[in-house]
Design a protein around this ligand. Structure first.
Ligand SMILES: Cc1ncc(C[n+]2csc(CCOP(=O)(O)OP(=O)(O)O)c2C)c(N)n1
Length: 346
């Protein structure tokens, strides 16, 4: 599907979103971009071992997060969902605490970098096992249904590569059969590390797989936060209202290498990336809001300065935190006081 904006000339098709919500989406996208850069910089400075970037995913994540109902829905993200995490209420400090593996990280630095969590906000801990988290997400949705907690839904995000995994198929099928309140959001960035989409599937769209499970499937422009909001909002509302699960595929692109450990020059050309860069959703959405009169140039500049300051302050604050102590090694590993390994101690 062509990556077009949701604007008509200077008139903005805002899908019922207020100025405040539109600016919040832009701010989220700008902050994602800053934090992404910061992760890669810190890695190159030798301060953190690893970072992942969401560059190219800003729009789909800002739009999807805007459709999330805080206090009701549960987010089951994957490792490239920085903007979803920020959009549902996580802070730059929490993200940097995860990157620095400091004690202020909710897992106390025991998860992989970029694998943050926040139970208070309904953000499940991220699983590095591709598509493994889809089974967790379906479990949460099954609990909502079993407990008759109407009005709640699960938003489960993956890349398109994850849809080749058995767990994804099993999760989608189980959710369909049991009509669970869940949305499978597929952020299709065309690559799974070095594997292009055409090596993953014989259909043009992941959403084309939906009818095989008896589900609705939608494709949206993942470079437009408004288009992503519309698609995810509709799917979440259906799920919350008892209408069952669906698949939403957002077409986006991965501008950076897979992670700081990957050299993408070995499998894709610089020219291809430059071509996609012309459609960069961040400056484009900024322009959309300026043209629609939602913000002016000065406000746009101010927003960028704000997110840079926020990123700098959060970096300094997180770096200044201590590492967890060895005494806390087993904290949060097993619920309650039960210590299974102690049964084997002599
Ligand atoms: C079960 C499993 N197999 C392989 C990997 C290694 N791996 C990590 S990320 C990744 C690519 C996933 O691609 P996609 O789902 O398209 O998401 P993207 O990273 O492109 O956003 C792979 C193969 C893994 N973590 N888990």
């Amino acid at each position: 599907m062509p990556k077009t904006t949701a604007t008509r000339g200077r008139e903005l098709d805002r899908a019922g979103l207020s100025d405040e919500q539109l600016v919040a989406m832009l701010r989220n996208m700008l902050l994602q971009r800053q934090l992404d850069n910061r992760g890669f910089q810190l890695n190159r400075q030798g301060k953190i071992p690893f970072a992942l970037g969401s560059e190219g995913h800003e729009a789909v994540q800002a739009g999807a997060a805007m459709a999330f109902k805080r206090g009701a829905d549960v987010l089951v993200p994957y490792y490239r969902d920085l903007g979803l995490a920020l959009g549902v209420g996580m802070t730059a400090f929490e993200i940097l605490s995860s990157l620095f593996a400091r004690v202020t990280d909710r897992s106390m630095g025991r998860q992989f970098p970029n694998h943050y969590t926040n139970h208070d906000l309904g953000v499940l801990s991220i699983s590095s096992i591709i598509a493994g988290h889809c089974t967790h997400a379906v479990g949460v949705a099954a609990a909502f249904k079993y407990r008759r907690e109407a009005g709640r839904a699960v938003l489960c995000a993956t890349g398109e590569g994850a849809t080749s995994q058995g767990e994804w198929h099993e999760s989608v099928n189980y959710a369909a059969v049991h009509a669970l309140p869940i949305v499978f959001l597929v952020e299709n960035n065309e690559w799974a590390i070095s594997t292009p989409q055409e090596m993953q599937m014989k259909v043009a769209n992941v959403a084309d797989k939906a009818p095989a499970y008896g589900l609705p499937g939608a494709v949206c422009d993942g470079f437009s936060p408004i288009a992503a909001f519309i698609a995810v909002h509709e799917a979440l509302e259906r799920a919350r209202g008892g209408g069952g699960p669906s698949i939403v595929e957002a077409k986006c692109y991965r501008f950076l290498s897979h992670s700081t450990d990957d050299d993408d020059r070995t499998y894709r050309s610089r020219e291809t990336i430059e071509e996609h860069r012309k459609l960069d959703p961040v400056p484009r959405f900024e322009q959309v809001l300026i043209e629609a009169g939602v913000i002016d140039e000065a406000r746009a500049r101010q927003l960028k300065q704000d997110v840079l300051r926020e990123t700098n302050d959060a970096t300094d604050a997180a770096e200044a935190q201590p590492y967890p102590t060895t005494e806390s090694l087993y904290t949060n590993v097993v619920a309650g006081d039960y210590r299974p390994w102690q049964e084997f101690e002599s």
